[in-house]
Design a protein around this ligand. Structure first.
Ligand SMILES: [Ca+2]
Ligand SMILES: [Ca+2]
Length: 567
């Protein structure tokens, strides 16, 4: 045991309500990204100015999708290419740096990003592009343990922030474009040793303490033959946790390959939300948003527990803005569908969701079968596979009761091609071209009312939004843009109140905390991610955005600032 207790499970479970630190990615295990701080508010935000900055340095730039953590006078921040730094949180001075040695031949599908670390006891723990999980000492940056999640040569990687639940560290895996088998792993956070593993493709055996722990679903119930052995359902965006019901919520990606004609059935548990019991690694409930997916509608988006006020009642709910364009509200105790409404302007593939069966009401919008024609017929589908929303996390405000969704308006031509599985090779069986739906904008920040499914306000953006969102009790919503701005909006009206040009595209996740009586806001700047790599005609639109790698920290320009003095 270390002399200082370090970060305890209790501190993790109350992180969302302790504004002097940020111990978790998502600003709490539920991932609401809501802060009770209000010194920076709709009145004072005009006076937000830089306090210090930190350059990630050298020639390794690309996408910076990270979220800083703040604890015990230090900031811990990850960067592209599996790097991690500890900084003095008051000055920005670098205390130590860790650069993971990456082998040649790693296969991240969607840029060399990292989405943040986890804190536990005296450790800071993060995932790497070669599918390892590395724990470093918070004081020294020295490696304490290093566990292999899986074989990067088979297409596995990991970019999501790990989740701490009690004494466990919970991770998923990336690799859905390479025919991996998705799963959720829980390890002893202190030692890194595996406790349980739960595959997310139906038919695979789970484990608990090294012993068989039951098959996921039932073999061949929703897959034919051996297809489940390369079935995808990658858990590449990690998980959230509902402490009151002791359930870990994990989203799963597309079934593999993309060409759905090769794999009859619903292909459980792809494109789904899974609720897994923290202590047993058993699936308690599941909800599949896109059965038998044909469009790469990964269902990985964060499922955020919240208490919904409706008809005078408080409901234990959870919400998810799915890549397929629907905003889902489920009962977080049992997965029952409570609402599903579009948060994008066009959905060609489904006209709605059947509230009785929970299944989408499909239109005829699947690409053709290349086994039956010379080439599978192409269809135009919206959203595109980059999604009505992609990885970038939304925020919930306990003040307004609204969710703030970073959405995008784009479609795609998509067609299927023959494909067979080969270890370590792309496993798509599809071709595509992404197209904007509108001339003047792709990104739209939208405020959604979960009780009604209605869009309350929206703020359009030229380039696709690709950064996380944060809301505060100061009635502000913060998010970044590829054009380089960190912006603050009025949480009630959507009015843009403040923006700051950071010098590169902002695709990071903003945070806020309080120290020495002042409120701070931080975000990483550094353009990249999937859009420049996969974006087709959209990539051309953003080709002039420069890369970067910089952390920006802001505070109000007078230490005693308050709305009265500044007005
Ligand atoms: Ca906290
Ligand atoms: Ca995918």
């Amino acid at each position: 045991m270390s002399a200082q207790a370090g970060v305890t499970p209790d501190m993790i479970s109350t992180d969302a309500t302790t504004p002097s630190d940020v111990l978790t990615v998502g600003m709490g295990q539920s991932g609401q990204r809501y802060s009770s701080l209000s010194k920076i508010n709709t009145q004072t935000v005009v006076d937000l100015v830089p306090a210090w900055t930190f350059s990630f340095g050298d020639e390794k730039q690309r996408g910076q999708e990270t979220q800083p953590l703040i604890y015990n006078g230090k900031m811990f921040i990850t960067g592209s290419y599996s790097r991690l730094w500890a900084l003095d949180v008051k000055s920005g001075k670098k205390l130590w740096a860790y650069e993971h040695r990456l082998p040649d031949g790693i296969m991240p599908c969607c840029d060399v990003v990292n989405r943040g670390a986890a804190l536990f006891d005296d450790l800071v723990i993060f995932s790497t592009l070669d599918a390892h999980l590395v724990a470093l000492n918070q004081e020294t940056g020295k490696v304490v343990w290093n566990e292999k999640l899986d074989d990067y040569k088979a297409g596995y990687s990991n970019t999501a922030a790990p989740l701490i639940v009690k004494n466990l560290i919970v991770t998923g895996v990336s690799g859905g474009e390479f025919g991996v088998v998705g799963r959720v792993d829980a390890r002893d956070a202190k030692t890194g040793k595996l406790v349980w593993s739960r595959p997310t493709v139906e038919g695979h055996m789970g484990t608990l303490n090294g012993k068989d722990n039951g098959i996921t679903g039932k073999t061949n119930a929703s897959w034919e033959g051996d297809q489940y052995k390369s079935g995808g359902a990658a858990t590449w965006l990690g998980c959230t946790y509902g402490a009151d019901v002791d359930l870990i919520y994990c989203g799963t990606g597309n079934p593999s390959p993309w060409n759905a004609h090769t794999r009859p059935g619903d292909n459980l548990y792809s494109s789904s939300t899974l609720a897994i019991k923290a202590d047993t690694g058993k699936i308690v409930w599941s909800y599949q948003s896109t059965p038998h997916d044909s469009w790469d509608f990964d269902g990985v988006n964060e499922f955020i527990p919240f208490d919904m006020k409706k008809d005078g009642k408080t409901i234990k709910a959870g919400a998810k803005a799915d890549r397929n364009g629907f905003f889902y509200v489920l009962d977080r105790t049992n997965g029952k569908l409570l609402g599903a409404s579009p948060f994008v302007s066009q959905q060609t593939w489904a006209s709605g969701v059947d509230m009785k069966t929970g299944r989408p009401i499909e239109t005829a919008n699947r690409p053709g079968d290349p086994g039956k024609e010379d080439k599978g017929s192409s269809v135009f589908a919206a959203p595109s596979f980059l999604g009505g929303k992609n990885w970038m996390p939304m925020a919930y405000s306990q003040n307004t009761g609204l969710f703030y969704v970073p959405s995008n308006e784009w479609g795609m031509d998509i067609w299927n091609e023959p494909i067979t599985y080969k270890k370590g090779a792309a496993f798509l069986g599809a071709g595509f071209t992404i197209k904007p739906l509108y001339e003047d904008h792709i990104g739209v920040l939208r405020a959604m009312d979960p009780a009604t499914g209605k869009i309350v306000w929206e703020a359009k953006n030229g380039a696709p939004l690709w950064g996380g969102v944060m809301s505060t009790a100061g009635n502000l919503v913060f998010t970044g843009t590829p054009e380089g701005y960190l912006k603050a909006f009025d949480a009630k009206t959507g009015a843009e109140l403040w923006k700051f040009q950071t010098g590169s595209g902002v695709v990071g996740q903003p945070v806020t905390w309080e120290q020495d009586g002042e409120q701070y806001v931080a975000v990483a700047s550094g353009w990249g991610g999937a859009v420049p790599l996969w974006g087709g005609e959209v990539a051309k639109k953003v080709k002039d955005i420069t890369q970067g790698g910089m952390l920006w920290v802001f505070k109000l320009h007078t230490s005693k600032a308050n709305s009265v003095a500044l007005k």
